[in-house]
Design a protein. Structure first.
Length: 283
């Protein structure tokens, strides 16, 4: 591994996001390269500073409302009962209509009914806990992606690694990114909107490599993280993290997440423009 191979991976290596083989190769390279070692040490110091300054976030109001709505819905009896409950009760000698069994029922059957009732209640509680837990985790994970994107933007800016391929030509940036990813990201040219393409890089978001297209509006640099659209709930369309605006949009089969200190309105307009089909480069 040489400097050209190691440099793009140093940030991921510092965050523990490289595999065993890559980590071993990077460690071997750092042992004999003073320049990359200096970059590595700077990233470690930056990571420590970021971890110390990133605030903790309370659950957003939307998530609280979803959990309360779920609890309210579960608290009301459902008009229809699943057929498998009736079949289970029938197999145990119970009544599907809810009528109490005759007094002649054997103790074994009575114990079976009690066990079945307990099992059904346990299953319902487990399903409810799983649903709420999944909602909390998904919402928290997707909101944390915005924090992670801001952290990546700040880290790349402070370590002077904002751009790995410098070009205003979309047909130069796109092949460079595609050759280093398992997907081919669109790289729209928005020069007609006074938005300048200045290059791109490979960064990491949600523990996966992601195409990062860098634009500029006046003196404001804008990171646009582009990855294939997923089935997970998307993050908020717009939020502010540590003074940076984060705007999200979905379109053209991709998720677009933009980070910048430019105004919220301009950033939202940009990310919506990128997500539209007519913004894509013509083949």
């Amino acid at each position: 591994m040489n400097c050209n191979d190691a440099a793009p991976l140093l940030a991921a290596y510092v965050d523990g996001e490289t595999g065993r083989v890559q980590s071993r190769s990077i460690r071997s390279h750092l042992a004999g390269c003073a320049g990359c070692t200096a970059q590595h040490d700077a990233l470690v110091a930056l990571r420590t500073r970021i971890r110390a300054e990133v605030p903790r976030h309370a659950a957003p109001p939307a998530l609280r409302a979803r959990v309360r709505a779920t609890l309210d819905a579960v608290g009301h009896p459902q008009p229809a009962r699943p057929r498998w409950i009736d079949r289970l009760r029938g197999a145990l000698g119970g009544s599907a209509s809810g009528v109490r069994p005759s007094r002649g029922s054997s103790p074994a059957v009575e114990r079976g009914r009690w066990l079945a009732g307990g099992a059904l209640a346990g299953c319902a509680a487990t399903v409810l806990a799983w649903w709420i837990g999944t909602a909390v985790i998904d919402s928290r994970s997707n909101e944390d992606i915005a924090v992670e994107a801001v952290t990546s933007h700040v880290r790349a800016t402070l370590s002077h690694q904002l751009i790995q391929v410098a070009s205003s030509n979309q047909h130069t940036v796109k092949p460079w990114l595609s050759a280093r990813l398992d997907y081919s990201p669109p790289v729209p040219d928005l020069a007609s909107d006074n938005i300048t393409l200045i290059g791109g890089r490979i960064d990491y978001v949600d523990r996966h490599p992601v195409a990062t297209i860098v634009y500029r509006i006046r003196d404001h640099n804008i990171d646009v993280f582009v990855r294939p659209e997923s089935a997970r709930a998307p993050p908020s369309a717009l939020r502010t993290v540590r003074g940076f605006n984060v705007a999200h949009a979905t379109g053209s089969g991709m998720d677009w997440l933009a980070v910048s200190d430019v105004s919220a309105g301009e950033l939202t307009s940009l990310v919506q423009r990128l997500a539209r089909e007519d913004a894509l480069p013509k083949r």
